[in-house]
Design a binder for this molecule. Sequence first.
Ligand code: C5P
Length: 389
Amino acid sequence: MDAAEQMGAKITSGPNWLEIKRGAWPLKGITLDCNHIPDAAMTWAVMALYADGPTTLRNIARWRVKETDRIAAMATECRKLGATVEEGPDWITVHPLPNGKHNNASAQGKWKAASIHTYDDHRVAMCFSLAAFNADQVPVRIEDPKCVAKTFPDYFEALFSVAHSNTQDIPVICIDGPTASGKGTLASRVAQALGYHYLDSGALYRVTAYAALKAGLSLEATDEARIADLARTLPVRFEGDTVWLGSEDVSDAIRTEQAGMNASKVSVLPAVRTALISLQHSFQRLPGLLADGRDMGTVIFPDAPLKVFLTASAAQRAERRHKQLISKGISTTLDSLRADLEARDARDSSRSVAPLKAAQDAYQLDNSSLSIEASVDQVLTWWQAKQPF
Ligand code: C5P
C-alpha cells in the first residue's frame, strides 16, 4: 500500500477495506527495498510501465525461488511488451513505456502486442493483466488465466466486472452451419478453451417457440407480432447446461426434435428475428464470445474477426443426432431423422430473412471425418493466426 502511494495512487482505508484511486499520472518511478513484501512487489514491476521514470525493486532474491524464477519471468514478459528491463541477482529495473497523451520523456520503446506466459504462477497472471490498460490499446493475452485459481479463482471475472471496453473491441468467433453439424459442441469447447462466453442462439429460438406454445399461440405468421413481443422480453437464463425460462427448467423440453422443428418455424418470422437481436448482442461481453447459430456471422455479428462455417454430410449428421437421442433414451429411426434434417435445412436455407448460408469471409470446415478435438484445434489455430502476437 505504501509503495502504491509512493507511486502516486490515492488510498483511503477502513478497518477491512481499501479504496485505491488514480492520483499522479503517469505514476512515479520509485526505488524500493522489497525485503518485507517480495510477493506484492511484482505488481509494481508492471505498474512501472506507466511511470514517469525507471522503477527499481531491490532485495528480491526470493523471487528467484518461488513458483518460478519470478525475476526472470517478470523481465522476460515486460520485455515482450516492449519495455527495457535490467536485472541482477536480487534486483530488477523496469523502464516505462509511452503513456499516450500523458507521455513523459523517459519512456523508452513502444508498446507491443504480447501473449504473456504465466509459468503456472497466479501472481504473474494477475500482475500482467494491468498491461491491458496501455494507452496504445495494444492487445495483451494472458496465457492459462485459470492459474489464478491458487489464490483468487474469480480474479478475471472481478476485473471484467469493473473494467469497461468498447463493445466492438470484444472479440467474437462465430460458428454457423446446418443442424446437427456439431457446431454446439465445437463452439462450447472452443469457448471453454479460450475462457470466452458462449451464445447458443438456436436455444433462443427453441425457448421462444416453447414460450409461444405455452402462451397458447400458433407458430404461424398470424401470431407473429405476439410471438415477437414474447421474444423481446424473454426471461431466459443459461446456467451451465441448464436453460431457464423464468423459474422453469426447460433444458430437456427444448431439446426434442419437435422443439427443433418449432424453433425453425418461429425463426422464419422476421419480427421474431428482430426481437431477438438485442438479446443476442448482449452476450458480447469480456473477455470474448463464441456465437453459435445460423446467422451469427452474416447478420448478428457481421464484423466478427473469425467466422467458421461447419458442415458435415446429411448422413453423418443424422447418425450423430441418432446416437445423441438414443443415449437420452429417445427412440427414433435414422431414416426419419435424416428426412427431418433435410426438411429443416431446406426451410432454413430457402427462407427470405437470414437464410442458412456461409458468410463470405467464413472459413469452411467439413468435420465429416474429423474428431471433435481436431475440429477444436483447427478453430484455435485459425484464431491464433488472427492475433497480432
Ligand atoms: O441450432 P438449433 O438446432 O438449436 O436451432 C433450432 C432452429 O432455430 C434452427 O433449425 C433454425 O431454424 C433456428 N435458428 C435460426 N437462427 C439461429 C439459430 C437457430 O434461425 N441463429
